[in-house]
Design a protein around this ligand. Structure first.
Ligand SMILES: Nc1ncnc2c1ncn2[C@@H]1O[C@H](COP(=O)(O)OP(=O)(O)OP(=O)(O)O)[C@@H](O)[C@H]1O
Ligand SMILES: [Mg+2]
Length: 306
């Protein structure tokens, strides 16, 4: 299964959520490759706490130089062996394989020329990884980026017949984020429009897309409980957002899941371990949400077309 992680806005939580999702897949014994295609700021190395590739690789063998044809074998790092975080490394025996293919540090600057060779290299790499790993997660740059265009071209059904290719669109739980996510998928020059121009059937591509709501505030939380005006206002806003999401076709039928606001992640981009929950540092609900995202992504029922 190939999964593209995208968002219209930056800072939606796409990378941190996708890295935690990859980690949770690993814990389920599902071998996972994580490709940092973010041409602007490859940051997965920082989330996995691999010091050598914190801002992407410096060795010129990252994904961006691979796509440009400067190297034929992009670097692969075994995350649980390479991480500097002891508590993460100690999960090695419990987890399936989790491999990071980092981007090049500063790799974005010369990237956006999309030609047939770039698309071919991308397709070859994805097919190779798809035959080795059960899930291949590709973290794309935000917006209607070159990365998104390359991804769509490389995985056209006619070039990858029968392959399971999915899209996760991340957004926060606000009005402007809902509008942005709607525009990215359904708008002019959105994912569906570009896809149709490339020969996708709109309903087929649409069925491969799911939304992920990140850092959703708890309307009835400890700070907002009660029957005061603030609680009433929050509940009303939440209902308004739900209606808007449904109107924009980002509602329940198109949703993979949501994550709650997590204090740890507000302060630090990282993997949230069960150990963090057991130590009383992170919230159980956050880990449960990542678990649920992993479960649903892997569940064939999620992708059955109705
Ligand atoms: N559930 C959450 N609760 C609180 N903060 C979160 C949550 N998920 C992610 N964050 C935080 O939001 C910020 C943005 O997340 P992240 O870097 O993953 O976004 P992104 O969409 O990949 O951004 P970019 O476009 O810059 O690549 C980070 O500081 C991250 O730790
Ligand atoms: Mg990111």
């Amino acid at each position: 299964m190939i999964v593209f992680a995208t968002s219209d806005k930056g800072g939606t939580g796409r990378s941190v959520t996708s890295c935690n999702l990859a980690y949770r897949l690993g814990l389920r014994g599902i071998s996972t490759a994580y490709l940092d295609f973010d041409f602007g700021s490859p940051g997965a190395g920082a989330v996995f706490e691999i010091g050598a590739v914190e801002r992407g690789t410096l060795n010129g063998n990252g994904l961006h130089s691979y796509l440009r044809g400067y190297n034929s074998l992009p670097q692969r790092l075994d995350v649980l062996a390479a991480t500097n975080r002891n508590a993460l490394r100690s999960q090695r025996s419990r987890s399936g394989k989790l491999v990071l293919l980092p981007g090049d540090a500063g790799g974005g600057e010369a990237m956006p020329v999309i030609d047939a060779q770039v698309v071919r290299r991308c397709r070859e790499l994805l097919l190779d990884l798809d035959s080795t790993f059960k899930v291949v997660i590709v973290d794309l740059s935000a917006g209607r980026s070159a990365a998104m265009q390359i991804a769509l071209e490389a995985t056209r059904p006619r070039d990858m017949p029968g392959k399971e290719v999915h899209w996760l669109v991340y957004h926060r739980w606000t009005r402007s984020h809902l509008m942005a996510a709607q525009g990215l998928v359904h708008g002019p020059n959105g994912l569906l429009k570009i896809g149709v121009d490339l020969g996708y059937a709109a309903d087929d591509l649409s069925a491969r897309i799911r939304f992920v709501r990140t850092a959703v505030p708890c309307v009835t939380g400890e700070h907002t409980a009660g029957s005061g005006p603030q609680a009433a206002w929050l509940l009303k806003q939440n209902d308004t957002l739900r209606s808007l999401a449904a109107e924009y076709r980002l509602g329940m039928g198109a949703l993979l899941g949501e994550t709650p606001v997590e204090p740890v992640l507000q302060w630090r981009e990282q993997i949230v371990l069960d150990a963090d929950v057991n130590a009383g540092i992170a919230n159980r609900a956050t880990v449960d949400a990542f678990e649920e995202l992993a479960r649903k992504l892997w569940d064939p029922a999620t992708w059955v077309r109705v």
